[in-house]
Design a protein around this ligand. Structure first.
Ligand SMILES: NC(=O)c1ccc[n+]([C@@H]2O[C@H](COP(=O)([O-])OP(=O)(O)OC[C@H]3O[C@@H](n4cnc5c(N)ncnc54)[C@H](OP(=O)(O)O)[C@@H]3O)[C@@H](O)[C@H]2O)c1
Length: 346
């Protein structure tokens, strides 16, 4: 779903029906960087769709490690946000209004998007979303769960397909397969015909095997590099590793292969014939739309391990930082009937 088609576009600033009923929304925000306790539930003015934007009634958002890192203030220079900040980079929901320049037939559609890192996020009842980032939501899974696809599936796709170009017959090691990105990466690599070796602890072992890993190494009992007995063509590293661990993972890569990392960068040893890639995921609506099609075709599954009400976001951040979450966690705003006709449940 892009905005470059020939459908009529809205020429007014917004179609938001906020003149009736509640004009505010419940949201979670932080005013100061710090511990999870800085996340507070507040009532904010309901945003309106500006030019090029859609206003989405949020069905789901997610927790990503980067949310915690940003909340703690460690990324204040890399991703400068205005405080107070509403976190949440993944969104799924229903478009209820569009701003200037956006096709009006987007209104009423169920959508998914990976939001800009520095803008207001989706931990709220409503979120504004740049229209060019929007993809149609899958129809085969609950709308809230579609949020679990956005940044994670784009990361997995950009790692396995774009950067590593995984082919049939290759061997791929996914280090950290129990998380949100890993489960999708294992599936994409297996679907390409690769033999997938993955690391996971006992709680994620069955899920990772079901996603297509033919060998699952328990990283809590066995050093990964010791358990991988044959070299691999691709390593996808999704874990923050020490320099020694990173070097050991790079050493597993066959000549001509690639080490892709979303975390600790790899270094090519002197004279070695391999590539290292430090991946920074980008929002890409066309790519996300393709992933959504895979989900609806039954070729890709989203591993949603838990659902929480949005008000539990601070608890989810605590659990995430303590390593107690696996798969993807989806958070859903509690709805209150406001009589404005946009579909809220009483
Ligand atoms: N650079 C980018 O653009 C980008 C994009 C997305 C994500 N990331 C980063 O990439 C990493 C993975 O993302 P994610 O969303 O998949 O994270 P996640 O969902 O938070 O990953 C959690 C999983 O990590 C696994 N894990 C923890 N320590 C491990 C270890 N020592 N060895 C193997 N697995 C371990 C656990 O698996 P078990 O359940 O098996 O114990 C856990 O389920 C995060 O650090 C994230 O911040 C970066």
């Amino acid at each position: 779903m892009t905005v470059s088609d020939t459908t009529p576009t809205n020429t007014t600033t917004t179609l938001t029906p906020t003149t009736k009923g509640r004009t505010t929304m419940r949201a979670i925000q932080f005013t100061d960087y710090g511990q999870p306790a800085v996340l507070e539930t507040v009532e904010l003015p309901r945003p309106e769709a500006g030019p090029g934007e859609a206003l989405v009634r949020v069905a789901g958002t997610t927790f990503n490690q980067v949310d915690a890192t940003m909340r703690a203030g460690y990324l204040a220079e890399v991703f400068p946000v205005d405080l107070p900040h509403v976190p949440g980079i993944d969104v799924s929901g229903t478009v209820i209004a569009v701003g200037e320049g956006v096709p009006v037939d987007l209104v009423g559609r169920d959508v998914v998007a990976f939001l800009p890192m520095t803008g207001p996020g989706a931990s709220a009842e409503y979120a504004t979303v740049p229209a060019e980032l929007i993809a149609p939501a899958p129809t085969s899974i609950p709308l809230a769960d579609a949020a679990a696809l956005a940044s994670s599936a784009l990361t997995a796709w950009q790692a396995i397909v774009e950067q590593a170009d995984v082919r049939a017959g290759q061997r791929v090691l996914v280090n950290g397969a129990g998380g949100g990105v890993g489960g999708l990466a294992v599936q994409l690599a297996a679907a390409a015909g690769a033999t997938v070796v993955a690391t996971a602890s006992a709680r994620s072992r069955d899920a990772v095997a079901a996603q297509g890993a033919s060998q699952v190494i328990d990283y809590t009992t066995t050093p990964v590099a010791d358990a991988v007995t044959e070299p691999v063509d691709v390593v996808l590293n999704l874990v923050r590793t020490t320099p020694e661990e990173t070097e050991a993972l790079v050493s597993l890569v066959n000549p001509g292969g690639v080490f892709v990392s979303t975390t600790t960068p790899g270094v090519v040893p002197p004279g070695a014939d391999l590539r290292t890639v430090s991946l920074f995921v980008r929002s890409d609506a066309a790519q996300l739309a393709h992933v959504v099609q895979l989900v609806d075709a039954g070729e890709l599954r989203v591993d949603v391990s838990a659902h929480y009400p949005l008000e539990a976001l601070a608890t989810v951040h605590r659990l995430g930082e303590a390593g107690e979450l696996r798969g993807k966690v989806v958070l859903t705003p509690t709805r209150h009937g406001d009589g404005d006709g946009d579909g809220d449940q009483p």
